[in-house]
Design a protein. Structure first.
Length: 397
């Protein structure tokens, strides 16, 4: 029997947001570096990896609540672009973000952007994998390019397949998501549509880096808006809750930590509060018994409402201050080959219309981060200004 798994409720939500022109819920991680990118070598490596990691070559089948993923989809494709893009921001970036129809298109791809500095874009629909699953696939491709042994990922578990005794351990009280400040000034173009992003680097100690960043972001928001509520949503990896004998799954196994920061908080107090939430299993999503009914609902009902976004942009009050995704530590040798030397890594934030989103990797010297925002918030140099303010706050902490 070939690879097969059910569609999870979160995956139904991600697919429901797709349009013919745009897929907002895609993972896009980019390795930056110097060297030669041979498309044929990359295609051969992808084909080898696909044999051990079937979860990246899926096709959506079935209807309504009977939908499922089957390994009859096209293998991840390797595309090429010639460009001297600097990779600093979305402005003037080459087009590597076409919409993905999971019933028709490859759900994963690699785009080789060759230039003085080259960029390798690993891209998947979020409905087949989360950030940790994408990182696993990236590392497997580089292992294949170096002729190393692959780890493989034959597992099929998603976040709704966690052991029942684990899900019952959550004791933390969910926070209220409304009326939060954001990390940018109130929008001057609230009706604008679209999404953009901008990168920044910070040099300093990686110790308690997430707590430092949350405090810095909070201070940026208070500087722009004065007093107000600050709340973050922090994705987490739930694979550690699975039974140890379970094979690795690249499917969606992401939880979230919902977290408030107050004016009295310090780096140490934030670190302690996050630790307490983890001990209370606070990163486990609330999954009531009816959650799988989402798979039976029409996409029109699951589509996120957009009418409120303009009002949010006018008032400067959002359901959350930002999502902040910590994706781990960058080690150059992990993403290098005999022909290519990696120098940096970054992730394009998920294109949320309703709030800002940051993705971060730690590096040997500090932090590699990307700030994403709806264009209604981040036009006219605002994102660059926000990045500079974050760096300034981190330097002061």
């Amino acid at each position: 029997m070939g690879f097969f798994r059910q569609l999870s409720p979160s995956e139904s939500l991600y697919i429901a947001q797709d349009t013919e022109a745009f897929s907002p819920f895609v993972n896009q991680f980019i390795v930056e570096g110097k060297g030669k990118l041979d498309p044929e070598k990359w295609r051969q490596a992808v084909d080898i990896v696909s044999q051990k990691n079937p979860g990246l070559s899926l096709k959506l089948k079935g209807i309504s609540g009977w939908r499922y993923w089957d390994k009859e989809g096209a293998a991840p494709e390797v595309l090429t672009i010639a460009s001297d893009w600097d990779g600093i921001c979305s402005e003037d970036a080459p087009d590597f973000s076409p919409s993905i129809n999971p019933r028709r298109d490859p759900v994963a791809s690699i785009t080789l952007i060759s230039g003085e500095t080259s960029h390798i874009v690993f891209r998947t629909h979020h409905a087949i994998t989360d950030g940790m699953g994408l990182l696993h696939w990236m590392k497997e491709v580089f292992r294949a390019l170096r002729n190393e042994t692959l780890i493989g990922a034959p597992g099929t578990k998603t976040e709704t397949d966690l052991p029942a005794d684990v899900m019952e351990k959550r004791t933390v009280t969910p926070i209220q998501w409304r009326d939060c400040l954001t990390i940018a000034p109130i929008s001057q173009t609230p009706e604008a549509t679209g999404y953009g992003w901008h990168r920044f680097h910070w040099e300093g100690s990686r110790y308690m880096i997430l707590s430092k960043l949350l405090l810095a972001l909070s201070q940026v928001a208070w500087d722009f808006h004065g007093e107000g509520k600050i709340a973050f949503r922090i994705p987490s990896d739930l694979r550690s809750y699975l039974d140890k004998e379970e094979p690795y799954s690249t499917a969606n196994l992401a939880g979230v930590i919902d977290f408030e920061v107050t004016p009295s908080d310090t780096v140490k107090s934030i670190q302690m509060k996050m630790g307490k939430i983890k001990k209370q299993y606070g990163d486990l999503k609330l999954t009531p018994k009816w959650i799988k009914l989402l798979n039976w609902m029409p996409s029109k009902i699951l589509k996120f409402p957009t009418k409120k976004n303009a009002e949010r942009h006018k008032t400067g009050r959002y359901c959350a201050t930002a999502n902040v995704s910590h994706l781990g530590h960058f080690e150059a040798e992990t993403y290098s080959t005999d022909d290519f030397t990696a120098t940096d890594i970054f992730a394009v934030p998920i294109a949320l219309d309703s709030r800002s989103f940051l993705t971060i990797f730690t590096t040997e010297t500090g932090l590699s981060a990307t700030v994403g925002m709806p264009k209604a918030l981040g036009q006219n140099g605002i994102m660059k200004e926000v990045c500079e303010k974050i760096v300034h706050k981190l330097n002061e902490i």
